[in-house]
Design a protein around this ligand. Structure first.
Ligand code: ADP
Ligand code: MG
Length: 553
């Protein structure tokens, strides 16, 4: 047998541990949620493997999580009878961070204040290390299902850890035991009351029953039943239960802004319970960010790697539980299953449909969602051709006439000027948009212009989209309409310049600027500014041109 071996944490882990221990003072409770969530994940992994290898369950088929208190020794133990870890798996899982976006996360954590840090931990899922916020030493004793060896991992979280084999009778028969040697100021967590309250608040809806052992030798008592909330009828579920469930599945502490819960019957049978969060996850624009809707089959967790919803709905959290997908095929096969394709379509339609309904019934609530996630939803305008018109009707815009309020395209089209042939927009920096000279001619004619200031706006507007027969058109492109639409505050007096002086001036400018410009024209678009740059009628929008130039294309 190998002797105990001492190893250093990967540099990122060491830094993360330092940050967590030294920058998070409030909400240390999250460590419990993270350890319970790992224990539940381990039970679900076992449930999944047991579909093809039932022997792994042995004579202990029911998943369980147990919290055990030893106040005298200042110990709190979180134990599960899940899949467990081999020695090598412990080294891999508890000494490294195999996740993209770690750096961005640590930067945010470093800058985080108060409770925000704890929220970030949940979102990023570096859960295990949060144990060191309350423990001066953590021992992890684990035996993988089906294995006849066990190992112990141990660390004080200060840069190094040890791993060693351990006797089978000192380890759980299957699964993982995490022993926290609590810090002096963390003895609260040896109080049953504190643990029960924390579990109810954070982990009440974990799909594995949770019990507590109050003191050495006491019997376990159940404190959460592990019933799957999504299988219960909607009418029996309270708002608080939904919120608790949302928090445990999303790892966020806010309220859901929209809850979509339904059961599909007929051709496909499945339940979906998904939420639109109230706040933006920190990595919303990380290119590696994946959707976070989990896939279950008959209550067995399969994966959270499937893109159940399209990318432009990647902020939605929750799960889908199918009754029809065959369980005893590989994850890859499941991902390609036509049943799953139909479910994806169904859930996407339902989420968009419920957003539409919310927009009708509670405009303010919907606008809040749009404010938070509109920039992401708009990606769908060029990614999801089929639902483009539906997304356009969901979209909200700030405009020159809206005084900071949100307008729909329906509102916009309802206010078209006579002879106006396009939906006009301007793209750019929100602080400067409204004072752009490009808008003068439009303002003077009372033509509403969409003010677009999200990155994504430069892309979808050039996708050749129409709405009610009207194309989208940039105010920086030539606007033939302007000639046909009268000024609303028309000044009757003749301009001081004669046609000849204007032509002479234009010739002068043309010869001075030479090849730097393709044309110089007298303009209908300006009322107070002297000049502005425009793109040719068929040319690329100036803002897009700038973006592409920055991207080095
Ligand atoms: P995450 O859960 O997001 O993967 P964590 O830091 O919480 O990140 O856990 C890291 C990894 O450690 C897990 O992915 C898992 O492989 C392993 N792990 C942690 N706790 C357990 C456990 N109780 N049983 C089995 N594996 C575990
Ligand atoms: Mg975890």
């Amino acid at each position: 047998e190998a002797a105990p071996e001492s190893r250093s944490f990967e540099a990122d882990v060491a830094k993360l541990l330092h940050l967590m221990v030294h920058s998070i003072y409030s909400d240390k409770d999250v460590f419990l949620r993270e350890l319970i969530s790992n224990a539940a994940d381990a039970c679900e992994k076992l449930r999944y493997e047991a579909v093809t290898t039932p022997a792994l369950l042995g004579d202990d088929p029911q998943p369980r999580i147990t919290l055990a208190i030893d106040a005298e020794k200042r110990l709190l133990t979180v134990e599960d009878n899940g899949i467990g870890m081999s020695r090598d798996e412990m080294v891999e899982a508890l000494g490294t961070i195999a996740r993209s976006g770690t750096k961005a996360f640590m930067d945010r954590l470093e800058a985080a204040q108060g409770a925000e840090g704890a929220q970030l931990i949940g979102q990023f899922g570096v859960g295990f290390y949060s144990a060191f916020m309350v423990a001066e030493r953590v021992d992890v004793i684990s035996r993988r299902a089906g294995s006849d060896t066990a190992a112990i991992w141990s660390s004080d979280g200060k840069g190094a850890y040890t791993v060693a084999p351990i006797d089978l009778d000192a380890a759980p028969a299957r699964g993982t035991r995490v022993v926290l040697h609590l810090m002096e100021d963390a003895t609260d967590y040896t109080e049953r009351f504190t643990l029960e309250r924390t579990v109810k608040a954070q982990s009440g809806h974990v799909p594995v029953p949770i019990s507590i052992i109050e003191k050495p030798g006491a019997e376990p008592e159940q404190i959460a039943d592990g019933a799957a909330l999504w299988t219960r009828p909607k009418s029996e579920i309270t708002k608080d239960e939904y919120t608790d469930f949302y928090r445990s599945v999303a790892g966020q502490f806010d309220e859901p802004a929209l809850t979509v819960h339904y059961r599909a019957e007929g051709r496909q049978e499945y339940s979906a319970l998904v939420f639109v969060p109230e706040t933006r996850p920190f990595d919303l624009f990380d290119p590696d960010r994946k959707g976070r809707v989990k896939l279950y089959v008959k209550r067995v967790f399969i994966t959270d790697d499937t893109e159940i919803l399209p990318r432009y709905l990647r902020f939605v959290r929750g799960l889908v539980d199918s009754a029809d997908i065959p369980l005893n095929v590989s994850r890859e096969m499941i991902q390609q299953s036509p049943i799953l394709a139909a479910i994806k379509k169904g859930v996407t339609n339902r989420v968009l449909g419920d957003l539409e309904k919310l927009a009708q019934s509670d405009a303010e609530a919907f606008e809040k969602i749009w404010e938070t996630f509109g920039a992401v939803i708009k990606e769908g305008l060029y990614e999801d051709f089929e639902r483009r018109q539906q997304l356009l009707s969901l979209a909200r815009f700030k405009t020159t006439g809206s005084a900071g309020k949100w307008r729909t395209l329906k509102d916009y089209v309802g206010g078209l000027k006579e002879n106006q042939t396009a939906i006009y927009y301007i793209v750019g920096d929100p602080a400067r948009l409204e004072s752009s000279p490009q808008l003068e001619g439009f303002r003077a004619r009372g033509i509403e212009v969409l003010l677009l200031s999200d990155q994504v706006d430069s892309f979808w507007v050039t996708a050749g989209i129409d709405h009610e027969g009207k194309p989208f058109k940039s105010v920086t492109q030539g606007a033939a309409d302007l000639k046909l639409i009268p000024l609303t505050d028309a000044k009757p007096e003749e301009p001081a310049e004669t046609k000849e002086t204007v032509t002479a001036f234009i010739d002068f400018v043309k010869s001075t600027l030479g090849e730097d410009v393709s044309d110089v024209r007298a303009s209908d678009r300006l009322t107070t500014s002297a000049v502005c740059l425009v793109a040719p009628e068929s040319g690329m929008d100036r803002q897009l041109e700038r973006l592409l130039a920055e991207a080095g294309r």
